[in-house]
Ligand binder design. Structure first.
Ligand code: SF4
Length: 424
């Protein structure tokens, strides 16, 4: 089992806990101001129905999506595997050397940076830009750099750019804005993820920073990498998912921007002839990644595909509060990441990512807009792992003790407490 050395990380952990946990709770306070308990329950019920219906009809909805978006001029390409997705992206990029990119779990899932080592990938989301400077892994899918202080960030900027920036958020944002604007305005290729796709023909991407709006407008080619489970039937349903991502992710009623992309930019201003490539992207590519999602769809873990990646389950997870992104997969922390890695990587990876860390407290389900029962899914995953004799040594010891001594502790000295406590 992967060893997590909390002793070495304790200082970092304390800082991280001090920084992140109050912010996370402030999001919940904001959410509770927007929706009272009754409204929240009603909204969650509606969201769950939308996703259940979509996932149950996903084969039909995917066909309609491909037909509608293709008719509107978007190049839609299906990628079965990570390798397929990378090859498709490489082909679209061609000889271009620089790619501007926004935050996306699906892009992290294919490890694009590693696959395009000979290209320059520029992160345009502030949190990811900071993480890239530190060569670190994001700590949270929505808040990747929240564990770093302004002092640490300005020190890193000094090291990398030889510029003195006062350690305050406003100055850091201003510095990064100027650097990134220049890069974005010179880029020919932009890559983003997507939050939702409606089968009637639109792709929805939410954001607060404005970088995605620029990526989808300035470069000539906009590549959107996402997965087919993001498809819902209608634009109205998609907007409900967008609102949920915002309320449950960061406690905002709506994000600052919702990009709704229904084709490459176009004009019919001269003799009514439709010409693509007016001011926005000339070419738009949508890559729909499978990467074992069909296997998940046909398994008892199907519920995982209802997820909208808002990150609310992590915000209230007691295990995440202790070890943060060391719990879960590199493309998604926490229980969702653990279960995903069972399908996308291996049983051993699911075990090493923390299949036995979950306390089954159900705080994730309580706070999930889709009411996904991650604790139950984790229990099912554990059953699968135990069948293959992949389990923590403490469980093996406990079972051996029960068989041998009739109790979980082993040989009992009635004058002292057992050395170890076991929990099932
Ligand atoms: S499991 Fe639920 S709470 Fe967690 S990211 Fe997905 S939708 Fe959000």
């Amino acid at each position: 089992m992967k060893k997590i050395n909390l002793q070495n990380d304790i200082k970092n952990n304390e800082n991280t806990q001090k920084t992140i946990i109050p912010i996370i709770y402030s999001y919940k306070e904001k959410r509770d101001k927007l929706l009272n308990e009754e409204q929240k329950e009603k909204f969650c019920e509606e969201l769950r129905k939308i996703k259940e219906k979509s996932i149950n009809n996903i084969v039909k909805l995917k066909k309609e999506t491909i037909k509608n978006l293709s008719n509107q001029g978007i190049n839609v390409i299906e990628a079965q595997t990570v390798k397929d997705a990378i090859n498709i992206i490489k082909k679209i990029i061609g000889k271009e050397k620089t790619i501007i990119k926004s935050k996306s779990n699906t892009i992290t899932e294919i490890n694009l940076e590693n696959a395009l080592k000979n290209k320059k990938i520029i992160e345009t989301d502030l949190g990811d830009f900071i993480i890239q400077l530190f060569k670190e892994k994001g700590i949270h899918p929505v808040l990747p750099s929240f564990h770093l202080t302004p002092k640490e960030i300005s020190k890193k900027i000094k090291e990398k750019f030889n510029i003195n920036i006062n350690p305050n958020p406003k100055e850091i944002v201003c510095f990064v804005r100027n650097i990134l604007r220049e890069k974005i305005f010179n880029a020919k290729i932009g890559i983003t993820g997507a939050n939702v796709i409606s089968s009637d023909g639109s792709i929805f991407i939410l954001e607060n920073e404005g970088n995605i709006s620029l990526i989808s407008r300035i470069p000539e080619k906009h590549i959107i990498l996402t997965s087919f489970d993001k498809i819902v039937e209608t634009r109205e349903e998609a907007l409900k998912i967008i609102r949920a991502s915002s309320i449950f992710g960061t406690g905002q009623d709506y994000p600052v921007y919702v990009n709704i992309i229904s084709g490459p930019s176009k004009t019919a201003d001269i003799e009514n002839e439709i010409i693509s490539g007016a001011q926005g992207a000339k070419e738009v590519y949508l890559i729909l990644l499978d990467n074992k999602r069909t296997t998940i769809l046909n398994s008892k873990f199907k519920e995982l595909l209802y997820c909208i990646n808002c990150g609310a389950c992590l915000n209230f997870c007691p295990v995440y509060h202790q070890i943060f992104s060391r719990y879960g997969a590199k493309y998604f922390p926490g229980a969702k990441g653990v279960i995903s890695s069972f399908f996308k990587e291996s049983e051993k990876d699911a075990f090493n990512n923390g299949a036995f860390f979950c306390t089954t407290c159900q705080q994730c389900k309580e706070n999930c807009p889709m009411k996904i029962n991650l604790s139950d899914l984790i229990r099912d995953l554990r059953k699968e792992l135990v069948k293959q004799q992949i389990e923590p040594s403490s469980i093996t010891e406990m079972i051996d003790n029960v068989k041998k001594f009739g109790n979980p502790f082993g040989k009992i000295d009635t004058n002292k407490k057992p050395d170890k406590l076991y929990c099932c």
